[in-house]
Ligand binder design. Sequence first.
Ligand code: KIV
Length: 289
Amino acid sequence: MNGRKVNIHTLAKKKAAGEKITMLTAYDATFAHLLDEAGIDVLLVGDSLGMVVQGHANTLPVTLDDILYHSRAVARRSQRAQVVGDMPFMSYQASLEEGLRAAGRLVKEGGAEAVKLEGGAEHAELARRLVRAGIPVMGHIGLTPQSVHQLGGFKVQGRGQDAAERLIEDARTLAEAGCYAIVLEAIPAELARRITEAVPVPTIGIGAGPHCDGQVLVIYDLLGMDETFRPTFVKRYENLGVRIRTAVEEYVHEVKGGMFPGPEHCFEDKPKERATEPAPYSAAGRRYF
Ligand code: KIV
């Protein structure tokens, strides 16, 4: 582990010191371990899993049980990064009571160390109650994908003076309610700068320009898993979609051609004499034969 566990105070200190915060989504143990080792501060078990893992057109079908399942996997292998569980659509919109119970399950059963919820002032009371119950809350304003039908699509938000002022007010209200950080999604860079200066808590941007206190991306987008998905706000650091397809095509070719498995992949009648016994388990706990 490189460093101590990140918590809400670590992130507050980073904002005060002008040190950028890094956040990525993670949905399973293997990715959680890799991203954690790479030094990511926050791992978000985002409801974006509904799109990139489950194949839905939006995040609306994701259930609390889905987030719980993935959150447990991520929490098991993140040693340093803070794990944030996303509150899925309709797990908190119906009542304060439902929101409190859903967030409680994410922490108690999912191993989350904080929860994220979409929306502005309308959810300030829930944020206040959660914080009072000891659950750190990350806000999320701008493009809030759970309201995709209300917004009329995945569109940039906060354009024009009235819309911009409303978002600044939402951010202030969420910070006053006790949110320890706020995600700003798909808003003009200049507005993100104004919000970042207006609130005492870190802002974490996605499609919100460089002035936020931190940045978040969906890990599959950063890695270029889907060649057809090329939004302006994503920088691809890899082309894994192409590389995975090429690797699998090679595997298909080698299996069909009898090149795999080769002699080095086969067991013999008698075990080989070895100077030292190999460790029976990998770091991830997978058993070797
Ligand atoms: O669900 C998600 O992945 C998110 C991030 C894009 C902020 O909410």
